[in-house]
Design a protein around this ligand. Structure first.
Ligand code: COA
Length: 204
């Protein structure tokens, strides 16, 4: 018997999440909760914010399928709301990702196709480790971070909570990045960043 799961969000990130859930196979997608009111990839629209609690009561398992770039606020608020209503937020790993048996990823985190989370790495809750991203050995990713497509977090890096690492960014080994930072797409980070930094290593 396959457990049902509800996807919150109906945009592009939600569609990528659906593909991971389908490929992984532990959960059957019961439907979508979104303000748009539309089915997504053939899954029915179950409701929106107004009946979220009833939906959680019925299905329990949820995955936040809303993306995060400039601010983690929406994902954090939703995560806190889901937790307070008794939802379960399983960590979901694409079978096309590699998550070391010596690494951890907490609840609500999704590790998407082609990503690598290597030995000794710890990824917090409600994170996105997006397609083809690398979280190398012993790196620590705190809660509510988005490690974008193809970003490379090298060994021993510490990324603070709510931080966004843009697509293709490279973080040198051992660097500490504070909380709620934005690292622009394609940046090379060689020095520590204070919390709240917005960093782009070179102009486009
Ligand atoms: C950092 C980011 C959020 C800034 O977006 P923004 O606020 O709209 O910024 P703008 O595009 O107006 O650019 C502001 C300035 O930063 C520079 N800049 C923006 N992104 C940059 C980048 N990736 N590298 C270098 N410089 C960059 C711009 O050239 C511009 O410089 P100027 O003020 O001298 O003209 C955005 O550029 C970015 O990296 N987005 C993430 C994309 C991504 O990784 N998506 C992942 C999806 S999985």
């Amino acid at each position: 018997m396959v457990d049902p799961i509800v996807i919150l969000g109906g945009g592009g990130h939600a569609r990528s999440c659906i593909d991971v859930v389908e490929t992984e196979g532990t959960y059957a997608i019961a439907g979508i909760v979104s303000p748009e009111g539309l089915p997504v990839m053939g899954y029915p629209h179950l409701g929106d914010d107004s009946n979220l609690i009833e939906i959680i009561d019925r299905y329990r398992n949820t995955l936040i399928g809303i993306g995060q770039i400039r601010s983690p606020h929406v994902r954090i608020a939703l995560y806190d709301r889901l937790k307070s209503t008794g939802a379960f937020l399983p960590a979901i790993f694409s079978p096309k990702a590699y998550v070391s048996a010596h690494a951890t990823a907490a609840e609500g985190t999704i590790v998407m196709h082609g990503a690598v989370v290597n030995a000794g790495a710890n990824v917090g809750c409600n994170c996105i480790v997006n397609s083809l991203a690398l979280v190398e050995h012993d790196a620590i990713i705190d809660d509510h971070c988005h490690i974008s497509t193809g970003a490379r977090i090298n060994g021993g890096v510490h990324v603070g909570s709510g931080t966004f690492i843009g697509t293709g960014a490279v973080i040198h080994e051992g660097i500490t990045i504070g909380s709620r930072c934005i690292v622009a797409a394609g940046s090379l980070v060689r020095d520590n960043l204070d919390s709240g930094s917005v960093y782009a290593s070179s102009k486009r």
